[in-house]
Design a protein around this ligand. Structure first.
Ligand code: AKG
Ligand code: FE2
Length: 488
């Protein structure tokens, strides 16, 4: 199935496809107008012919005339049949058939899920996101997805819209009533003492709903938590504890970083003479594990080329399955589209970038993975994870992912930052910068647990990144990763 929401590229394509459809429709309408015009003209001509025949009162006695009438009728029949069957217009419509995947309900369902993820993550009430008709759709999918708090939030919001904006056709209080009653049961809300809402009288509805809403607000979450009276608390609650909470807070609020002895910016040449005229702008972010930002290391023309290359080739991002053998598409964990630049792309300009990476990281790129380009879409994100693999799984040829070099191809706001929840760090990187960190302890190759990181869920905008993972093999390290022994 086509997943239109997973990247900005897809969303742009969706927009274009819709434009195509409008053109097809336009064309169809023109052809149909022309067809009806032709039909009308044809019929008019036939009438005229028949009227002429009729004036010849004697025609039925003239056998040749009869034959003429019969042949004409047959011809008229085929001609009219042709005009009615409307082949040309249907032909024009075929183009739309080829885009059937645009009309599937799953398009909206998946977008709904992305919005719900955002809502839950950032604790955004429906009232901050709403539009009347869409509220009902959100409530509907929440109901179908066994998400009763979502149903209540959106149905009540839809009800509010219905009340304040008159009654838009898309809001049906009967259905909202059903949504609210059925979901109240699941949330433990005691509605037995309420009047059953029914009847066609909307005024009556208004009063009952008001009462209902008030009671709901007060009683809704008693089972969840004694003191809870607000749906917002459900959102706060759903994020869970531990690093997810820290991750959320980082994405939501950012951090005000205080300068410590570790936080320094400098012009760095790494003792490379040719860098004296153009040193790197190195910024320290953390020491254990080492995290740094190198500003302005990817140039605009390179970014343009990279994006152009990826544009036609993106695939939905997957995550490694638990056994490490396969990839699975789990949007709850990661949502975006990726492209691995491959050898066949023959992008020589990346050789220069490899040299650049080597000079600012001090590590070889010879054993690195291909460059991975990522574009995030509606609610795009990547929950906290480690880039390194569990040793046994994927460390055969070149060892493990030692260092991550993550380039930003766009500027990002808070909601698109790369965050390290265990370190209380967000990377305030901008377009053209590279965020570099160690995934393993440099002394022994053990996983650096604190390197846990993720991409904050995107609330708006367009985030592009490109990643290069550098491997253990071929680096100067104080241990031998292959034989698992310490050298120094
Ligand atoms: O998009 C980001 O900021 C992080 C991406 C990431 O962690 C990854 O691709 O492994
Ligand atoms: Fe990562």
């Amino acid at each position: 199935i086509q997943r239109w929401h997973t990247s900005q590229i897809m969303l742009t394509k969706l927009y274009d496809v819709q434009n195509d459809h409008f053109n097809v429709l336009d064309n169809y309408a023109n052809l149909e107008t022309k067809r009806l015009e032709e039909l009308k003209n044809y019929v008019a001509a036939v009438y005229e012919w028949r009227d002429n025949i009729k004036t010849k009162k004697q025609f039925l006695h003239d056998h040749m005339d009869v034959f003429k009438v019969m042949t004409q009728m047959l011809q008229h029949y085929f001609q009219i049949d042709d005009l009615i069957k409307n082949k040309k217009s249907l032909e024009a419509f075929k183009d739309i058939d080829e885009h059937k995947d645009l009309s599937g309900e799953h398009i909206v369902l998946l977008a709904h899920r992305a919005l719900r993820r955002l809502q839950l993550f950032y604790a955004i009430p429906a009232s901050d996101m709403s539009a009347a008709c869409e509220c009902c759709v959100m409530a509907k999918y929440c109901l179908e997805g066994n998400d009763p708090y979502g149903v209540l939030d959106w149905a009540v919001e839809a009800y509010g819209k219905w009340e304040s904006e008159g009654r838009p056709e898309c809001v049906d209080p009967d259905i909202l009533n059903y949504y609210i009653v059925s979901s109240s049961v699941y949330t433990g809300f005691n509605f037995m003492n309420l009047i059953i809402l029914s009847g066609p009288n909307y005024q009556e509805y208004t009063e009952k709903f008001e009462r209902y809403y008030r009671l709901m607000k007060n009683e809704l979450f008693e089972l969840e938590k004694e003191s809870t009276t607000d749906i917002m608390e459900v959102y706060e609650y759903s994020i869970g504890h531990g690093y997810m909470k820290d991750f959320r807070n980082l994405c939501k609020h950012g951090v005000s970083r205080t300068l410590t002895k570790y936080s320094k910016c400098r012009y760095q040449t790494n003792n490379l003479f040719y860098r004296i005229l153009m040193p790197f702008k190195e910024e320290d972010i953390n020491s254990e594990p080492l995290i740094k930002i190198y500003h302005d290391v990817l140039y605009d023309d390179e970014i343009l080329k990279i994006k152009t290359l990826a544009l036609e080739n993106m695939k939905d991002a997957t995550v490694k399955s638990v056994d490490g053998k396969g990839d699975s598409l789990i949007e709850k964990t990661r949502s975006g589209q990726v492209y691995w630049i491959s050898k066949v792309d023959a992008v020589e300009y990346l050789d220069a970038l490899d040299t650049r990476i080597e000079s600012f990281t001090g590590f070889s790129t010879k054993t690195a993975e291909q460059y991975q380009i990522v574009n995030y879409g509606l609610g795009g994100h990547y929950l906290p994870h480690h880039d390194s693999f569990a040793k046994a799984i994927n460390c055969l040829q070149f060892g493990n992912r030692l260092v991550t070099v993550l380039f930003y191809l766009t500027d990002v706001q808070n909601d698109g930052y790369t965050s390290f929840p265990l370190l209380n760090i967000i990377a305030p990187a901008e377009k053209g910068a590279a965020l570099v960190w160690n995934n393993l302890h440099m002394s022994n190759g053990q996983k650096f647990y604190e390197s846990l990181h993720g991409s904050c869920p995107l609330l708006k905008g367009n985030k592009w990144i490109m990643t290069r993972w550098l491997y253990e093999e071929g680096q100067h390290l104080p241990y031998d990763w292959k034989n698992n022994v310490q050298i120094i």
